[in-house]
Design a protein. Sequence first.
Length: 85
Amino acid sequence: MDPFTTELKARIIESLRLEDTTPEQIDDDAPLFGEGLGLDSIDALELVAMLENQYHVVIKDLEVGRPAFQSVRALAAFIQAKRAS
């Protein structure tokens, strides 16, 4: 497992207080919302705040956020691309 993806999963668990979840239980490619991790719109706001605080990455609108929040793998790639630019 990629160390950055594992770190991101741990931060998601911490910021959303998913107490009974471990990073290993989260599939890298599973949807974050709906059927996958089961997050909702309140969780999305928490994730946006976590990204800004922890990674200094800003998601300005839904058009940018929707593809980034498809899965943990997509979110990790989004963060790494933003940090590289």
